[in-house]
Design a protein around this ligand. Structure first.
Ligand code: ATP
Ligand code: MG
Length: 567
């Protein structure tokens, strides 16, 4: 492609609205432009990389026995009502009306559409298992669209769905997808981990997220320093054991703690460590009020709370609601003397504390020398806190460390959640109607593109891995006005193109400095510069990473490039 004939609007300055490297570089190197918040155009270079990632995804999906199809983005509300998600999906679902005032959604995901399709088209066990996928634009009205392509409101996803006649068959399909995902992200050159994730209320147990390791990741991964255990911290169980504090129980005392609100302020004021205080938070679990007690140095994990109650919605009660039932605000909440309609549950660690402090349910007061069971009742103990660095690894091997990750893929055993609600049944070999078992498997294709840039850049620009680079060779004519340079560059361009090599040819009438800067920014793996030695047939060959540079004769270029590309 000739640079003079395409659209690569590079920028010298860092755009002020872009906080992270991938967003800045994709804008600066002219790969994308924002059209609205969280909505992007892919310019020619961006589209090329997108297509490369999509091709890798397609090849591995096809190898895993999945078949490509395409479903509509426009989905009637009736389908979402069948599963109840018209109500539960919330404001993330983009909704609209047609001219007859019928309600539609723009597809945020396609479980409803595909399940209704398969319910109508597949009737016999002989057709199962069946694995289908599509690569398509998804719409989600994210609360905080940010970080460019990482969290958009319109983005490209590969979503696959599998249908089975048994859980064993689902296990097999799931494994195949897991392996395909591993291959895909390896081929994209990514440093990633597959981590155990939360399956929420979706029935099936297994679910893994594929996380690209990156400081800008919004998820935290808990991994073992010695084994290959890795989980999303939302989900990692705490298996640490505690020992009962061996001190004589002291007398309960109520103490004024004026203006001390946070756990840290109270701990400082009472001159004890964070772990010597109890934290109490009021949650609404579906409609029930639950007071959750943890040690002051621990954080409540609301997903564990949700799973404990098998609830659909868990949220913190507002300060107003808390005040109404407890008579005190957040700053002095505690488990002593709360009325019986409120269930008090505690994290396991609470069972082992002695003589701790907690809020007195009286603004500006705390109790000290509090002892669970003696001073308040707990209806149940459970694992209710987030795992922390230094905790034992849940698999029994090693100690937990944290890393940040960008979720690029998600494999999920749905079980019969959708099939049951939507009546997707097949006849087994005895002619008996049974509910299908399903899996779903997503890859954020556009997010993956950005994740690659997060891992592949230096101070001058992007450093694309060869398999996903927009072009393999960047050909620069230093001074296109000079006849011999233009002729040689034209010639090399034709030779490489005819050999099937993807070349971006900078034939613009720009200064050499501009061409070099743009070239580094765009980040194509190999650069051929036609300059002073054009008359002798010599060019300069340079790799984007490492910056190795050598003079090369025109006649050796094709061989060199083929060798580097493994052709
Ligand atoms: P997240 O926790 O990041 O919101 P999710 O759990 O909502 O992700 P899924 O519903 O599992 O995501 O979607 C499948 C894949 O689609 C994700 O693994 C991710 O790579 C991608 N994805 C999800 N939301 C977005 C978004 N807003 N922008 C870009 N990619 C996204
Ligand atoms: Mg989401």
């Amino acid at each position: 492609m000739k640079q003079s004939q395409t659209l690569i609007p590079t920028l010298r300055e860092i755009p002020t609205d872009a906080d992270i490297k991938s967003h800045q570089l994709l804008l600066r190197a002219g790969f994308i432009r924002q059209t609205a918040s969280g909505v992007y155009s892919f310019l020619p270079l961006g589209k090329r990389v997108l297509r490369k990632v999509e091709e890798i995804v397609r090849e591995e999906m096809d190898n895993a026995g999945a078949n490509e199809m395409l479903m509509p983005a426009l989905q009637p509300s009736e389908l979402w009502m069948e599963t109840g998600r018209w109500n539960t999906f919330g404001p993330e679902l983009m909704r609209l009306h047609d001219r007859h005032n019928r309600e539609f959604a723009l597809g945020a995901t396609h479980e409803e559409v595909i399940t209704s399709l398969i319910r109508d088209e597949v009737k016999s066990y002989k057709k199962l298992p069946l694995m289908l996928y599509q690569i398509q634009t998804k719409f989600r009205d994210e609360k905080r669209p940010r970080f460019g392509l990482l969290r958009g409101r319109e983005f490209i996803m590969k979503d696959a769905y599998s249908f089975h006649d048994s859980y064993e068959s689902l296990d097999t399909g799931y494994k195949k997808m897991y392996q395909a995902y591993t291959k895909i992200f390896k081929r994209c050159g990514l440093n990633f981990r597959a981590v155990i994730a939360d399956s929420g209320a979706m029935g099936g147990k297994d679910t893994h997220e594929f996380m690209v390791l990156s400081e800008v990741g919004e998820d935290t991964i808990a991994y073992s320093d010695t084994s290959d255990y890795a989980a999303n911290i939302e989900m990692a169980p705490v298996v640490s054991t505690y020992t009962k504090e061996n001190e004589p129980l002291k007398e309960l005392e109520k103490i004024a703690t004026p203006n001390q609100k946070t756990m840290q302020e109270v701990a400082d004021y009472l001159n004890h460590s964070l772990s010597k205080g109890l934290k109490a938070l009021m949650f609404k679990v579906d409609e029930q009020l639950v007071l959750v007690v943890t040690r002051g140095d621990h954080e409540v994990n609301d997903i564990k709370l949700k799973n404990l109650y098998d609830a659909s919605v868990v949220e913190l009660a507002t300060e107003e609601e808390t005040r109404t039932v407890i008579g005190a605000g957040f700053g002095s909440l505690g488990p002593i003397g709360v009325n019986e309609e409120i269930e008090v549950v505690a994290d396991h660690a609470v069972e082992f504390v002695a003589n701790v402090s907690c809020g007195a349910n009286d603004n500006g007061y705390h109790y000290v020398n509090v002892n669970p069971e003696r001073d308040f009742k707990i209806s149940k103990y459970a694992d209710l806190r987030f795992i922390q660095e230094g905790d034992s690894s849940p698999d029994g091997n090693g100690t937990i460390l944290f890393a940040k990750g960008i979720e690029v893929g998600h494999v999920f055993k749905l079980g019969d959640f959708y099939a049951d609600k939507m009546g997707a049944k097949y006849l087994d070999d005895n002619g008996k109607a049974k509910t299908m078992v399903m899996g779903s498997y997503g890859i954020g294709v556009s997010r993956t593109l950005a994740a690659i840039v997060e891992q592949y850049h230096d101070e001058n620009g992007i450093t694309w891995p060869s398999d996903v680079a927009p072009f393999q060779v960047h050909l620069l004519a230093i001074n296109s006005k000079k006849e011999e340079q233009r002729l040689l560059a034209d010639d090399i361009y034709q030779t490489l193109k005819s050999a099937g090599i993807e070349v971006l040819y900078d034939d613009r009438k720009e200064r050499a400095g501009v061409k070099f800067t743009d070239s580094d920014l765009i980040g194509i793996p190999y650069r051929i510069t036609v300059g002073k030695r054009a008359e002798e047939g010599y060019v300069e060959f340079k790799t984007r990473v490492g910056g190795e540079q050598s003079d090369l004769h025109q006649s050796d270029i094709l061989e060199k490039v083929n060798k580097l590309l493994g052709k």
